[in-house]
Design a protein around this ligand. Structure first.
Ligand SMILES: [Zn+2]
Ligand SMILES: [Zn+2]
Length: 351
């Protein structure tokens, strides 16, 4: 048996329980001993009934790093004892319109409709079973307490790929200073951009963003009106319609606006058609991480080694909790006391 936080979607309650250990059911399965598993905004939405997930005895958690505990007979890519990250998403194997055209994230049965930790048992537990195609070796010396961020970064990198080439002197505006906003900023800085502004309503998160050193300027959203120059790239990392509307207002001609945050369904952005036309704005949404998890592992590793970033759990405002402290963790996250919560399940490598 193992410990896990189990979600009951009908009662909308969480409980820490002893549940059976996951088993190797196919020759390609891997059992990962969870070291770290993040708590994502999506998890909060799911718990509040604002995001579709399996409603029967679900173990949440889709941001997993850990150590390979057991492997099926045909697994070659990883072996017992390896440090790994887990990609929670996969396609259906090319059977549907999305997957057959290279878009597994748009799959009607898998993709976001089959995500580990949303539809299959995930990582808020001591162990998790995953097909080997979703398990990625974490390179040395990337630590496991940073490695779990490969999932978030893989989603960001998908957005970055959709954004494409931008001018080296582009003025970048990040809306929201949670972990996602900070990681977007860190990525832009890592790629050589110098003009990165972050706007955030919470003073705690503003001071955190300031301390991170990833951004050139941190503003209260009300201060955006005082900016003399507009912005060329605007990334919504807060899911607040009013913030996106402000972004459209301060967008330069030819700017791109990326809707990255999973906003509550009730948020509606008012887009003035004339402004879209007159400024020739481009605006798009981005969903999960098609073919970017492996790239994100490499990217995270190079960001980790970049002395100009000095990436650390502390800079990113990540706080660790035990599984038993899940109420405190979710409360701190909802209250904006922390930027990111992560369950530190077993941080020691196996002997
Ligand atoms: Zn997530
Ligand atoms: Zn499919």
């Amino acid at each position: 048996m193992m410990e896990a936080i189990v979600f009951d979607g009908i009662e909308r309650g969480l409980s820490l329980r002893k549940v059976p250990m996951p088993e190797i059911r196919s020759d390609h399965d891997v059992i990962v001993k969870v070291a770290y598993c993040g708590v994502c905004g999506t998890d909060l939405h799911a718990i509040q009934g604002e995001f579709p997930v399996r409603d029967k005895d679900l173990i949440l958690g889709h941001e997993v790093s850990g150590i390979v505990h057991a492997v099926g007979e045909k697994v070659r890519a990883v072996k017992v004892g390896d440090p790994v990250g887990v990609n929670p998403n996969k396609g259906c194997g090319g059977l549907c319109r999305g997957c057959s055209r290279g878009n597994p994230h748009l799959c009607p049965t898998e993709g976001i409709n089959g995500t580990l930790g949303l539809w299959k048992d995930g990582g808020w537990a001591q162990f998790v079973a995953v097909p080997s195609s979703q398990v990625y070796l974490l390179p040395h010396p990337l630590p496991l307490n940073i490695g779990f961020l490969a999932e978030t970064l893989s989603c960001i990198y998908h957005g970055k790929e959709m954004l494409g080439m931008i001018d080296p002197d582009a003025r970048i505006l990040i809306l929201g200073g949670g972990i996602v906003g900070l990681l977007w900023a860190a990525l832009f800085k890592h790629q050589g951009h110098m003009d990165i502004t972050l706007s955030e309503a919470s003073p705690h998160r503003r001071s955190n963003a300031q301390k991170s050193g990833f951004v050139s300027k941190v503003l209260d959203p009300a201060q955006l009106d005082e900016e003399e120059d507009g912005f060329d790239v605007i990334v919504d990392c807060c899911g607040v319609a009013k913030a996106v509307e402000k972004g459209i207002e301060v967008a330069n001609k030819g700017a791109t606006i990326i809707i990255f945050a999973a906003a509550p369904k009730t948020e509606v952005v008012q887009v003035p058609s004339f402004v879209m036309f007159w400024k020739e704005l481009r605006m798009f949404g981005t969903l999960t991480n098609p073919f970017t998890y492996g790239k994100a592992v490499g990217l995270l590793h190079s960001m980790w080694l970049n002395p100009n970033l000095g990436l650390s759990a502390e800079k990113l405002g990540i706080k660790e909790y035990g599984l038993k402290d899940y109420c405190k963790c979710l409360g701190d996250l909802k209250g904006g006391v922390i930027t990111k919560g992560v369950f530190a399940v077993s941080s020691k490598q196996e002997e």
